[in-house]
Design a protein around this ligand. Structure first.
Ligand code: ZN
Length: 397
């Protein structure tokens, strides 16, 4: 055996040993760690009548699968689709909160609602799955600070100031970049600033995902507490208006906030949208006939159903897991491991990256971060430690 061959053999034996080490360890590290996801839209499926107490055959999450993914805390998104106008936003949001609370009540031996960081710790220590509430889009407060306080009392612990549609007091990324938006104002109005100040005073996290850049910078000036981006990724890696530019990431670091990475293919992979269009054009007839037969008049659920229907077509164009991990890595390297976490958007996105089919695949994030050389301590921060820190900061009086 030549000396060089011996060296190579030794190196590969060490590498193999390392692979075995991380291979057997990553699941233990993941399941021992405190794991949090700050954005999931499964409430929309619950509102359509699905019972997520039991394993479901589609979508990305349900109670058994949350547990299989090693998740400890899920922030359930209270989101009112703009196309539904039968009931005011306030009432629809209230109904969604009732639905989540009744799910918790029906499963109270396994699930608890957390209102504070102390609740989170207590519930996790008793082995319960922790549900928290986040509101996506400030429309349900109907321009009233009293309503904001009502939602806080009902348990809402973050509010994304806008969705794709602006509120009367904050402009969204979509409207700020859409030349047809005809904006009356741009950024936060005076009332919008009052909303942010009241959220700070209440101890409700201000969420800057979905907001336009002007709104973002106005928030950073007004907020006295750390902010979160509950489900956004890095603009430098994928130029999508829902992502955060480097200067925004830097500002979140300075503010002590956390960016929770969104898994949506169109936000993480700059080549995805074009590939998807080609694939969908090729399947137009199938999609049209499927849509026509789809009885539920709901864009959100219909898009999910179409993605499921086209599963085999989507398979080759779904981004590799590496592309998702690149966003965690980019943000951690730019602003530090203390400022990044998981904001999957499961059940709010129609398609997911490869090897991240649903919430049960979350341990793959731990595996990949360890493989990239992140220490166990750093991985624990990303998985959930950073969330707990930011929640504690925000609830301080
Ligand atoms: Zn969203």
């Amino acid at each position: 055996m030549s000396r060089r061959f011996l060296q190579l053999a030794l190196i590969s034996a060490i590498a193999y040993g390392f692979a075995l080490e991380t291979g057997s360890n990553y699941r233990k590290i993941h399941f021992d760690a405190f794991v949090v996801d700050t954005h999931n839209d499964v409430v929309q499926r619950m509102m359509a009548g699905e019972d997520i107490s039991v394993r479901t055959q589609h979508g990305h999450s349900d109670l058994p699968r949350f547990r299989e993914g090693g998740l400890d805390v899920e922030m359930f998104s209270i989101w009112v689709p703009p196309e539904k106008t039968a009931l005011p936003y306030y009432d629809q949001a209230d109904d969604q909160i009732d639905t989540v609370k009744s799910f918790i009540q029906r499963n109270k031996s396994q699930v608890g609602l957390a209102l504070t960081s102390a609740d989170v710790v207590k519930l996790v220590n008793t082995g319960k799955f922790v549900a928290m509430l986040g509101m996506e889009g400030g429309h349900p407060i109907a321009n009233s600070l009293k309503n904001l306080e009502r939602f806080y009392r009902r348990g809402v612990r973050y509010m994304t100031l806008t969705w794709n549609n602006s509120t009367d007091w904050a402009t969204s990324a979509k409207d700020e970049t859409d030349s047809n938006a005809n904006l009356q104002h741009k950024g936060l109005t005076n009332f919008g600033k009052q909303v942010v100040r009241r959220m700070n005073a209440l101890g409700m996290m201000v969420d800057v995902s979905h907001v336009g850049e002007q709104t973002f910078w106005d928030v950073m000036k007004v907020s006295k507490k750390p902010v979160i981006a509950s489900h956004s990724s890095a603009w430098t890696l994928c130029h999508h208006r829902r992502n955060l530019k480097d200067t925004q990431l830097d500002a979140i670091k300075d503010n002590g906030g956390v960016v929770f990475v969104n898994f949506a293919p169109q936000f993480i992979d700059s080549t995805f949208t074009a590939k998807e269009k080609i694939m969908r054009d090729r399947n137009k007839a199938r999609i049209d006939s499927f849509s026509a037969a789809f009885r539920v008049n709901d864009d959100f659920l219909r898009d999910q159903a179409i993605a499921e229907f086209l599963k085999n077509e989507y398979r080759p164009i779904r981004p590799k897991l590496k592309i998702l991990i690149d966003h965690f890595d980019y943000i951690a390297k730019r602003i530090g491991v203390d400022h990044v976490g998981i904001g999957s958007d499961f059940d709010g996105i129609a398609v997911t990256p490869r090897d991240m089919d649903d919430v049960t695949f979350l341990p793959n994030i731990t595996r990949e971060l360890l493989k990239r050389g992140y220490s166990e301590e750093d991985v624990r921060k990303i998985l959930g430690g950073n969330f707990l820190r930011v929640l504690q900061e925000v609830e301080k009086k």
